[in-house]
Design a protein around this ligand. Structure first.
Ligand code: SF4
Ligand code: SF4
Length: 119
């Protein structure tokens, strides 16, 4: 089934989710990609939030904060080949709710660059 969303036209909303959970396997893959030990990668890029092991964030002008691996200028993932499992499976089907919303807002505003926010 063909995807009805285009991440290359999206400012990366899904990378702003507060709790993107990672497994030990995800951390090992990221560490290998970054040429770090899993311990160092964990210390730099992972935190525990409400008992969950999640990716750290940094501030973002559009969505408050984004995953620490998100390039805020280019609006893309900097570790795409080694991204964690949840990032590989999202949005779990041929459609993305945020993309539909973004498309609607851009058409409505007549602005292809408009960044729709949900907060
Ligand atoms: S929010 Fe949807 S369209 Fe945007 S980057 Fe994520 S999956 Fe792609
Ligand atoms: S690892 Fe990449 S795809 Fe996953 S949330 Fe971070 S920036 Fe987005």
């Amino acid at each position: 089934m063909k995807n009805r969303y285009d991440c290359s036209k999206c400012p990366g909303y899904c990378c702003s989710y507060d709790q993107i959970e990672v497994s030990e396997h995800d951390i090992k893959r990221l560490a290998k990609h970054l040429d770090l030990t899993p311990e160092v990668a964990k210390k730099r890029y992972i935190k525990i939030d409400e008992g969950k092991t999640v990716l750290r964030h940094h501030k973002d002008e559009h969505y408050t904060s984004m995953c620490v691996f998100f390039d805020r200028e280019a609006r893309r993932c900097t570790v795409y080949e080694a991204r964690p499992h949840p990032c590989r499976t999202y949005p779990y089907g041929a459609t993305c709710g945020y993309y539909d919303f973004l498309k609607f807002e851009r058409e409505h505003q007549g602005d292809d660059e408009f960044v729709a926010t949900t907060r």
